[in-house]
Design a protein around this ligand. Sequence first.
Ligand code: ADP
Length: 354
Amino acid sequence: MKTFRRIGILTSGGDAPGMNAAIRAITRTAIARGVEVMGIYSGYEGLIEGNVKPFGIRDVSNIVNHGGTVLYSARSPRFKTEEGMQAAMATCRAYNIDGIVAIGGDGTFRGATDLTARGVSCIGLPGTIDNDITATDYTIGFDTAMNTAIEMIDRLRDTSESHARCSVVEVMGRDAGDIALQTGIAVGATAAVVPEITFDEAALVAKIKKSREIGKRNFIVVVSEGMGHDFSERLTSRIEEETGVESRFARLAHVIRGGTPSLRDRLLASRMGEFAVDELLKGRSNEVICDCNNEICAIDIEYALILDRMYKNKLKEGDLDRFTKDQIAEMQATCAKRRADIESLYETVNLLGL
Ligand code: ADP
């Protein structure tokens, strides 16, 4: 079995609160197991450039409570080229990095697979506020982002109530409506608009009109960014024109990507970080660490990536060839459950947001 002298840690893609807790957990677990740690700065770009630094126990002091990532993050188009990949491998050889824990989203995991294929064992940790990694119930950063969103929207509700307005609030989430739906329920939204479910604008207009007639003063509509860039502004104008309720649009954007990580994200990141190192040291690689029904588990990266494609209806010819019938059935069941969960949340927003 491979023995590890030194492992690297990097954060890549969009940052998320809780990444620092993961960096701390990975560093301290590795050192406790007798393995050295290198911090790799700015994701795969730093690996290409050799922007690395030895990390000791004290290098990760006082970071568990901070948002962002002390290792910084960057997109690295170069890493996708053969030249970039060779440079990254040269850094691994030069610094004796035998394994890497890569924290990020699906792009980050693809990079981890490429490195693993060349002999550097990689494990992925799901760090993204969007909760859009189908294999895991929760991603690191999702809970904090939603808590920030509800704090912001509660503030909007105060002023909407004073002025009898409707607030249309756009939240991040890329193609996933998870943030919009869960925060929608938590803030008592009249509606949540998400890309997964066809939205009936006329029904929302009718609902707002009716509620106004029976005395409701403020309205909150939470829209997922996955609806497209101009959607929210246009919906805001339509609500105002057709209901007569003064309406304002607010885009929370990157505000919800920062801030103090919640208990849940710190805990998830810490448990996943510890688990990732132990997986590596057991000789495992090319896995993404997941939260499966509140248990930390490891799932093959290729499986996780194809599951994502299945969920997003983006499967390509031959994608399922390497999987058994049972695995495909399991993937289909996971997608069906996730879709049912989204629909159920959607119904709850509508039922309660009167
Ligand atoms: P996320 O990890 O949040 O999905 P990106 O899609 O931007 O974010 O990916 C982060 C980084 O991972 C990219 O900048 C690139 O260096 C690397 N990456 C993305 N896609 C691939 C790929 N297909 N092959 C190899 N590396 C990739």
